[in-house]
Design a protein around this ligand. Structure first.
Ligand SMILES: [Fe+2]
Ligand SMILES: [Fe+2]
Length: 168
């Protein structure tokens, strides 16, 4: 029979660490779902020709963020946690609310950068915490972190373009 220590994060002796990781994954899960909500709204609301590319770019991200939420949910279950229900959800993305004017695309770009930065910070924390403890979660979150870094870089490029033209 295998000893507890040989079972890594699934071992009986790792219950407390496992629960801490599940807590971080639940936060990540809700962050992704809120991002899906915000990106749907901000891919539909903007008006104007200039907003088109931003809206289309956000549309593509929605599917990726949804996939991230599903990955977090599955990992919560694998770690013997329970995926939380919607009543546990608390919204936090004040910066991604619809702007006063729907042509204000710079507001959307800045909001996306802030959302991605929040994800990048949280996922770096998860990667640090799981180091040497839960390589499977760490590996999954590293891959997701790369997506978020790519999203942020793309929107930083959009912002730079607007800044260069004196529009931001
Ligand atoms: Fe994501
Ligand atoms: Fe993202």
């Amino acid at each position: 029979m295998a000893t507890a220590a040989s079972q890594g994060i699934l071992g009986e002796d790792m219950k407390s660490e496992r629960e801490q990781i599940v807590g971080m994954l639940k936060k990540a899960y809700f962050m992704e779902l809120e991002t899906v909500m915000s990106y749907i709204a901000n891919s539909v609301n903007p008006d104007g020709i200039r907003a088109r590319e931003i809206a289309e770019s956000l549309e593509e991200d929605i599917q990726e963020e949804l996939g991230h939420a599903q990955q977090f949910a599955n990992r919560i279950k694998e770690l013997y946690g329970v995926v939380p229900g919607s009543l546990d959800f608390k919204a936090e993305q004040s910066y991604l609310q619809p702007p006063e004017h729907q042509t204000d695309i710079v507001h959307v770009i800045r909001g996306v950068i802030e959302a991605e930065t929040g994800a990048i910070e949280h996922y770096n924390r998860v990667i640090q915490f799981t180091d040497g403890l839960d390589f499977v979660t760490q590996d999954m979150v590293i891959a997701i972190l790369r997506d978020e870094e790519g999203h942020r870089r793309l929107f930083e490029g959009y912002l730079r373009e607007y800044e260069t033209e004196g529009l931001a």
